[in-house]
Design a protein around this ligand. Sequence first.
Ligand code: ADP
Ligand code: MG
Length: 922
Amino acid sequence: MVLSNPVGLSEPEQPPPSGAANARVTPMMEQYIEIKAANPDCLLFYRMGDFYEMFFDDAETASRALGIVLTKRGKHLGADIPMCGVPIERADEYLHKLIALGHRVAVCEQLEDPAEAKKRGAKSVVKRDVVRLVTPGTLTEDTLLDARRNNYLLAVARARLSSADEDARFALAWIDISTGEFRITECDRASLAAEIARLEPGEIIVSDALFADGELAPYWRTLPAVTPLARDVFDSGTAERRLTSFFAVATSEAFGALTRLEVTAAAACVTYVERTQIGKRPPLSPPLRESAGATMAIDQATRGNLELMRTLAGERRGSLLDAIDRTVTSAGSRLLAQRLSAPLTDPAAIAERLDAVAGFVEDTATRADTRSRLAAAPDLARALARLAVGRGGPRDLAAIRDGILAAAELARALAALKDMPTEIAQALEFCRRPDGMLAAELAAALAAELPAFKRDGGFVREGYDAALDETRRLRDESRRVVAALQARYAEDTGVRGLKIRHNNVLGYFVEVTAQHGEKLIAAPLNTTFIHRQTLAWQVRFSTTELGELEAKIASAADRALGLELDIFERLTAAVIAQGAAIKDCAEALARLDVASALAQLAAERDYARPQVDDSHDFVIDGGRHAVVEQALAREGTPFVANDCDLSPPPFPPPQAGDGGEGVGRIWLITGPNMAGKSTFLRQNALIAILAQMGSFVPTKAARIGVVDRLFSRVGAADDLARGRSTFMVEMVETAAILNQAGNGSLVILDEIGRGTATFDGLSIAWATVEHLHDVNQCRALFATHFHELTALSARLPRLHNATVRVKEWHGDVVFLHEVVAGAADRSYGIQVAKLAGLPASVIERAKLVLAKLEQEDRAAPKGFEDLPLFAAPYKTAPVPADDAYAALVAALAALHPDELSPREAMDALYALKEKLKATEKK
Ligand code: ADP
Ligand code: MG
């Protein structure tokens, strides 16, 4: 295992001692030190009996991290060896804490029975080795995972086409080892962060070089678990071989046309899985390539801002996901989260998902029946993964049994569905895939009550296996013999309170109270009873007969457990043999869950089916905010629905450069604080996301031309939750939008320019609206408290002024939350302040000051039109005047179309295109 410096572990490692110093090291410590040296970047969980022990620095780190007692054990080089340990049955819990704190753990097990080791001599050490590395991205245990979220391991590989960073290409390969999902995609530097934000990986692996890269290093540090790995893992020369040998295929072409870079990232993933799972093979699906542009691009700031997966405070509660999640299985919940984080851009694919939802919306009875059947289906994918990597238990086998049966029944129940939508039909076919014999076999084999671990035994049903039944009878028989023996000893000795007991040190022993002890120690009874132990109140003895019986019982119990474990292995092998079918089945159940859950949501909250097409339209009829609406409903307050139309206006006719599809509108929304501007902005963005993920939407009707990129930014003052120095961040993010948004994008800007002095802010907001209108030509919603901006609509044909209505009532302001055409007449700041409970004296004073200011304003009018900002001639295409651009303009000016032959005209066109390319290279 070659790992370079870990990120998680900052403590310096104990250098393995060598040479003469080793002389006084016990054989066990020697083994420990050797294994530790091979895993320097991990905490070593060293198995000793019923505990995992940690020594030296590991012990100190772990005792601090876990709050467990630090003790000592023996000496090393004259100094005490610090030690701490965790009992194996609570190991998961401690692992969870350590992983969450960014540690990696190497689990070292005893590979033989201590009795075996003893046979080699009294001093010999039990064979041990590391069987698994536990890292954040390679977890399989339910106790270590969130059932409702995927946990991805992501490999990032980079190829540089030139020395410029913008030219670099990145390949991303990600695996959820707990479900087997495996995907690949490629992207450029600009969209790297957005892709990673979409996946929210549990762990990212990169090469040492990429980790230390001057430009990316600060970014890696913002992410939770980035593991740098030695070069060989990302070696493109061996990548093809590593990937194909993992899947036992001849060539990676089996997975479709992958680039060399994608193969490198995929190979890094499987190599890391192999190295952390050490010989165990999780049931990975073949890598599936996601084509760029298939999903709506949403950058990290936008995701956070729209509170898609969690709120700005980091909670799931209050997020869009939480508001729409009606799934009844964890696999369904994971799939829903996946779809929400990656809305589609292909109208046909979206329609297919919507068809499936529609099927369940109309048929209430079928929906209810499907959901109750699904609720009984366990998490097939994760149970399968655990069984495949040797960490499964009897309950995982039961989960497979119940999942397969539930799927088969569901397929039967839904077979009669009218006008079967394609997605459901396919899901039902997948539901029938696993062999029914497997479920029957599992049902026959498994007992009614199942222990958590296979080592506990007792999970095979009586009557399933004759040999097992026989051994168990022997074991139980012997127990009865012990009881009979106790009665006989009591009679022989005349000690009525004599008991036969068992503990781990003495095994079976005879116990009498202290007052009877002497009797058994003395002749003649001492020939039968061999004194072993005198305690304060009891005396303990062994007998030859009891010793023999004990050996018989132990061996019968051992044999019974051995037989059970054989059966477990056989059943597990049968399950793994059906792995692909079981995974398809699990996927199908998740899809049915998502479709019926979205239908449930639509029915419950009166959502409508959106129409999604390739236009640039955006017509929302009676839209609501999915989250705010539900929050208000809990308080019994109705949500005021609002329309929105960002479609290209019919006039003026399509302009040059807009591709003929028309260019969408910008709505400029003014209105006082608390009127509902931010809510309106976000609700429209959320509707677009919901529609494209394949959900019905909270509207009366909606027609949406596919949004290829979505941007949302909030002005600095609203961004306190993120606790960042605000104005700079606001400007950086606004810059990103103005540089990236195209005419398929939807842009939400909320109070941009608020974080600075008024005139600065106004000027920036002003120029931003112009740029969005003329250069980005995107659909946009722009909320602002700068009323002056409404003047822009006179000049920008696709700018539409809207305002949120308020009413004045006896000096108070009443919010109607109704979005109407027009501009707000005033800001009502003082009324809002009054609502907020500012002291009456302050309110009165503020009114006086305002009246005075307004008067003076009128006396010495400083019309806004006089500002240089307005006087300056406005350039419609504010492209930086660089040389290439100037050359293009000059060439264009020099052309005289009337004097050109057709041939010359063609040549001139080509020449212009070339010059245009030169400007784009900039
Ligand atoms: P603004 O951005 O204009 O200051 P917000 O969008 O933050 O206003 O809304 C203020 C509050 O008004 C919200 O917390 C919400 O409870 C309520 N609200 C907003 N829009 C609506 C609506 N359409 N119907 C009902 N209540 C609304
Ligand atoms: Mg607001």
